[in-house]
Ligand binder design. Structure first.
Ligand SMILES: [Ca+2]
Ligand SMILES: [Ca+2]
Length: 223
């Protein structure tokens, strides 16, 4: 899309949240929309061009669908929300996330959750996707789909299912320490050569042994 970016800003009533506000972008054109405060029960519908959406305050019960195009979501804490970024190379950067589902389609997507993630599902689809978690993860479901995907955990991970997409591309999963792989954490869909990297030590998936095996011969088996 050639032309100017349409800018929209939603302000809260003084001293209040942004409540029950829906934004629907025009059918074409790049857009930039900001929800300028804490919000509840908002909805956002983008278009097939590049949509950038920012939530400057905590967002509760948001419904966001940005459609095709290379979209960006920047948010503070998010809870009880449903977010669909569609096809394209999408980027999401958030604070803590709770009880929320993210979906994206074909394209190289980048998700960064800077704080804790609690009951979060991310389905990142085909393409080389990157998921980065700056805090603890509990009750997560991460479906990475096809492509060479990267999953980077900074803290403890519990009760979490990871599906690497059962493909021939090399995926990489990072933990800082073995102790961060907490109870109920499972990795499925690994293929030969997928890498588990724990504190810099590489374990490579061997499909015959259904295990990640280090050069020193140590192995880690899920399931
Ligand atoms: Ca998109
Ligand atoms: Ca993928």
């Amino acid at each position: 899309m050639v032309g100017d970016t349409l800018n929209t800003r939603i302000f809260p009533n003084s001293g209040r949240n942004i409540n029950d506000v829906g934004v629907k972008e025009p059918s074409a054109g790049d857009t930039r929309t900001t929800f300028g405060g804490a919000s509840k029960d908002t909805s956002y519908i983008g278009n097939a061009d590049d949509n950038a959406v920012t939530y400057t305050g905590d967002a509760k019960n948001a419904f966001i669908s940005t459609g095709a195009g290379d979209d960006t979501l920047i948010a503070s804490d998010i809870s009880k929300s449903t977010i669909s970024l569609g096809n394209g190379n999408n980027t999401a950067i958030t604070g803590a996330v709770k009880d929320t589902t993210f979906t994206s389609g074909t394209g190289a997507d980048s998700y960064t959750i800077l704080d804790n993630a609690n009951s979060v599902k991310i389905s990142s689809g085909a393409g080389d996707d990157t998921l980065i978690f700056g805090g603890k993860v509990n009750d997560g479901t991460f479906l990475l789909g096809r492509g060479a995907d990267v999953l980077d955990f900074s803290g403890k991970v519990q009760n979490t299912w990871v599906d690497l997409g059962n493909d021939f591309d090399i995926d990489q999963v990072y933990f800082n320490a073995k102790a961060d792989i907490g109870n109920g954490t499972q990795i499925f869909g690994a293929g030969d050569g997928d890498l588990l990297i724990i504190g810099g030590e590489e374990y490579s998936y061997d499909i015959d042994q259904s295990s990640f095996i280090s050069s020193a011969g140590d192995s880690i088996t899920f399931g």
